[in-house]
Design a protein around this ligand. Structure first.
Ligand SMILES: NC(=O)c1ccc[n+]([C@@H]2O[C@H](COP(=O)([O-])OP(=O)(O)OC[C@H]3O[C@@H](n4cnc5c(N)ncnc54)[C@H](O)[C@@H]3O)[C@@H](O)[C@H]2O)c1
Length: 474
């Protein structure tokens, strides 16, 4: 039975889209769809009123997600065919196609704690869609989800809905923060997984037609739902694995006199290996890599595939080790005591060109150093005191007042470095390269140390100025 005026058993021309979740994925993705498809009304909804108010701020510099080029795209479409609202029910009701783009963090309780994806937000969305919908809808998993989640969503929709037909598609997002706009405008590929039935294929076609407004057809890949769900987890696992692989070699370089940048260049020129994602660093961060690998590990374990699980878990173990040995090295180099020493952090975001700090290596390094009673002075062009403090508090290592005593955030990098014993570079912001490093050196306590966790500074130049300069893997 088909109720309502939309029928997925026919060709569906999409003119109204809703996206649940106005975060780092939902916001930029929908802004680009709205820009490229002016004939489609796109409503981005969220329960978080503050976040929606920021997306609607007259001044696009204040939108909640910092991404180069995003402000201009939002300004172009907002109020025309792009809307940010907290009216979730209304937007669901009006839409033919609903993206679910809510967060899927690692579970912090119960079975699968610390590993499995917490699907409570996804389930809430499914139940809300089922309750509100009066006509057929295509529901698209944009969030990164464990394999076979689509089945659970379908179950909820089919059993709690009012006879409405739903087609579930998997359309994982591959954008990288910091280059989200570029990635969305010109994706390497768009992946759409759907059911093999006629209705499923029609739903896939409807979503393909949306992307085909700007993405060349040969870059739009269609698969079954399970392949699509698993491909996203696998892609992130492979990317993170490259970082952990080169980081493992960085430690070996430090012991042997090899230089990790030279090794990375030499191996990267082999076309089978390729040069991207081979930069040694203090470790990867971000909301996705760790969570998605843990998820892969959990799924593998739940199928009894312990060797597979152990293989991928090692990527996380290596990453944790890299962060820990970075902070340990700071302590040992500063004569085994950093109590009450001012250590300046340049960078807190998990990578450059984003204000996202989730799982940033900086948080863990700061936590280790505060355990040793260091005083952290932070400068990051896009991260506030409130954010950095809340990141530290989230670890629950100590109380907020205790963290407050150990952290200051300055809005001038030169002030942040004044009278510091050492500088630690935690994010590869381009501007760090162009600072007046002589001026910084002159203002620091001597000997003046730099621990470059992102290998961004010019080593010979730093040493010539007089710094004791240490980078990763050399
Ligand atoms: N951040 C990335 O770079 C990236 C890239 C690819 C995929 N992903 C995946 O995309 C998903 C979203 O990630 P994100 O970084 O955008 O998360 P986010 O935390 O920035 O945004 C999620 C938003 O969903 C909202 N939300 C949660 N439940 C809701 C509900 N029931 N109704 C309305 N709004 C609700 C939250 O308030 C929040 O604003 C995750 O599954 C993530 O793994 C993220």
């Amino acid at each position: 039975m088909v109720l309502g005026k939309l029928k997925i058993d026919k060709k569906m021309n999409i003119t109204n889209i809703c996206c649940i979740g106005a975060g780092y994925v939902g916001g930029p993705t929908m802004a680009v769809i709205a820009q490229k498809c002016p004939h489609i009304k796109v409503s981005v909804v969220d329960l978080n009123e503050d976040r929606i108010a920021k997306w609607n701020d007259q001044n696009v510099d204040n939108i909640p997600v910092y991404e180069p080029g995003l402000g201009a795209i939002v300004a172009e479409s907002r109020g025309r065919n792009l809307f940010f609202t907290t009216e979730v029910d209304r937007a669901i009701d009006e839409a033919q196609l609903i993206f679910i783009s809510v967060n899927t963090p690692t579970k912090t309780y119960g079975s699968g704690k610390g590993m499995a994806a917490d699907l409570k937000y996804i389930e809430l969305c499914a139940r809300q869609i089922a309750r509100v919908s009066k006509n057929d809808k295509i529901v698209v998993e944009k969030s990164t989800l464990p394999v076979r989640t689509a089945e659970a969503i379908k179950n909820i929709l089919d059993n709690t809905g009012n006879g409405v037909q739903f087609q579930i598609l998997s359309n994982p997002e591959f954008l990288a923060e910091g280059t989200a706009v570029e990635d969305l405008l010109s994706p390497d590929r768009v992946l759409i997984g759907g059911d093999t039935s006629i209705e499923g294929q029609n739903a896939i076609k409807a979503l393909v037609d949306v992307y085909a407004n700007w993405v060349p057809k040969e870059r739009i890949l269609t698969t079954n739902v399970w392949s699509s769900e698993l491909s996203k987890l696998t892609a992130n696992a492979f990317l993170a694995q490259r970082v952990s692989s080169i980081n493992s070699v960085s430690e070996l370089c430090e012991k042997t006199g090899a230089n990790v940048s030279e090794v990375a260049k030499a191996i990267g020129m082999d076309s089978r290996i390729g040069s991207k994602f081979l930069k040694a660093s203090v470790g990867f961060g971000g909301s996705c890599f760790q969570k998605d690998i843990l998820n892969l590990v959990y799924i593998s374990k739940s199928f009894g595939l312990h060797e597979v699980a152990d293989y991928w878990e090692q990527v996380i173990i290596m990453n944790d080790h890299q962060k820990r040995r970075f902070s340990k090295n700071i302590v040992t180099t500063l004569y085994n005591t950093i109590a009450d020493k001012k250590i300046t952090f340049l960078g807190w975001a998990f990578k450059k060109d984003t204000n996202d700090t989730r799982e940033s290596a900086a948080i863990y390094v700061a936590n280790d150093l505060i355990n040793e009673q260091a005083k952290i002075a932070l400068f990051d062009p896009k991260v506030s005191y409130k954010q950095a403090l809340s990141d530290l508090n989230y670890l629950e290592t100590r109380t907020s007042p205790e963290n407050e005593k150990c952290l200051t955030v300055l809005d001038d990098p030169y002030e942040a470095c004044k009278n510091a014993h050492a500088i630690a570079i935690l994010t590869e912001w381009d501007e760090f390269k162009n600072y007046d490093w002589q001026k910084i050196y002159d203002s620091m306590l001597k000997p003046a140390f730099i621990f470059d966790g992102r290998n961004v500074l010019d080593s010979p130049k730093m040493k010539e100025i007089g710094f004791i300069y240490q980078s990763i893997g050399s």
